[in-house]
Design a binder for this molecule. Structure first.
Ligand SMILES: Cc1ncc(COP(=O)(O)O)c(C=O)c1O
Length: 380
């Protein structure tokens, strides 16, 4: 990869050091141009709104086809959403619940899926069970197996966890779940475009994500995958159930279809860089180097996995004795380094998204800043 050429596609990289792609990724010039062209038709070229609706709907259908191919899914298994939460809600609200039904999550879930299942607890008396995360995928799989009971109605987990960027052994968990007749719903926010995701191979029932993090698409775009088989059992809240209709039946709102042109544009651009495998290699190389640099700083602990089978481009670290929130604020205010504090790790730390477009010089600047903070140590 020629990093200088790649970085030229992302003008936002010139504003500070952007290490929070796991929060919101940087849109490329191409994404901007595609979205703007869509809205310009309405606001500059004065295409009649109802025609614009049809035109942008067609552009969204094209994006859906591109997404399906990108994710190893059939077009009829993908529906466009506004966000991950949108997709999770369609599934959680479309299943039937009884008091005492159990839902398995992991110990490292973002508030959006976590609160969704807590809602089930409050409304229906569903029991929430948490599988403790471990860097070793075999341990996570074993713990999941142990937590399954005849009352388990859903496994709802992150494919890659939110705070430490750990890869959960999704394919193996899906296989186990199928053997036990339990559907799986995945939150793919930190997986899609960070690691290769092939939903057909993975064998899941439902998979929800947005397109604005590692996919670097526009905010306001996401997707939900409902496998052909799972469609038989999911009865959407807002429409009659039609098992013959595609996944599009599960989300009934009218989004700004013009935004989805940005999804197709970002997929095209990533493919021009060699695809997700090339992107993953680039991040992995820099993430490993960053962990090694942190190892050399006294008082700094790396909290993310170092195992090839569970690590990603997310590098989470803590400074011993210092709250992660304080470290995060100092990095932002004193060095204009954008990242985020963790809220689920113990100790609390800071999450660094080492996306492929980050330069070694930027990571060196981060390490220098962390050295200063670690030497200053235990502030109030
Ligand atoms: C793991 C995870 N799940 C869900 C969400 C919420 O995503 P959305 O805004 O697409 O609903 C986030 C966003 O930060 C996240 O990191």
């Amino acid at each position: 990869m020629n990093l200088e050429e790649i970085r030229a596609h992302y003008p936002g990289l010139s504003r500070g050091i952007q290490l929070n792609t796991g929060g919101v990724g940087l849109p490329s010039r191409e994404v901007h141009a595609a979205v703007q062209a869509g809205f310009d038709q309405l606001y500059e070229e004065h295409v009649p709104p109802i025609e614009w609706y049809t035109l942008t709907h067609q552009a969204a259908d094209t994006a859906r086809a591109r997404l399906a191919a990108f994710l190893g899914a059939a077009e009829s298994e993908i529906t466009l959403t506004v966000s991950t939460a949108d997709g999770l809600a369609a599934v959680i609200g479309g299943l039937s619940w009884e008091p005492g039904d159990e839902v398995l999550i992991t110990s490292e879930e973002h508030p959006v899926p976590h609160q969704a299942v807590i809602g089930l607890q409050e409304r229906y008396g569903v029991v929430l069970k948490s599988v403790e995360i471990d860097h070793d995928p075999a341990v996570v799989l074993e713990r999941t197996g142990e937590a399954l009971t005849p009352r388990t109605r859903l496994i709802c987990m992150s494919h890659v966890t939110t705070d430490t960027g750990l890869v959960v052994p999704a394919e193996e968990i899906c296989r186990l779940a199928r053997e036990r007749g339990v559907p799986t719903l995945w939150d793919g926010c930190h997986a899609v475009a960070q690691i290769p995701v092939d939903l057909g191979e993975m064998g899941c029932d439902y998979y929800a994500s947005n397109c604005y993090k590692w996919m670097l698409g526009p905010i306001g775009t996401g997707f939900l995958y409902v496998s052909e088989e799972a469609r038989q059992g999911l009865k959407p809240l807002l429409r009659p159930h039609d098992p013959e209709a595609g996944a599009a039946q599960y989300v009934t709102s009218t989004p700004a279809y013009a935004l989805y042109a940005g999804v197709a544009a970002t997929i095209d651009l990533m493919e021009s860089f060699g695809g997700v495998e090339a992107i993953q290699r680039e991040s992995a190389r820099k993430a490993e180097a960053l962990k090694a640099s942190f190892d050399a700083v006294p008082g700094v602990l790396v909290l993310s996995s170092r195992r090839p089978d569970s690590q990603t481009g997310t590098v989470t670290f803590a400074i011993e004795g210092v709250d992660g929130g304080q470290v995060s604020t100092a990095l932002k205010e004193r060095w204009q380094i954008v990242q985020r504090a963790t809220y689920l790790t113990d100790p609390s730390g800071v999450r660094i998204s080492v996306a492929f477009y980050i330069s070694e010089a930027e990571l060196d600047a981060l390490v220098e800043a962390v050295k200063v903070l670690a030497a200053e140590g235990g502030w109030e």
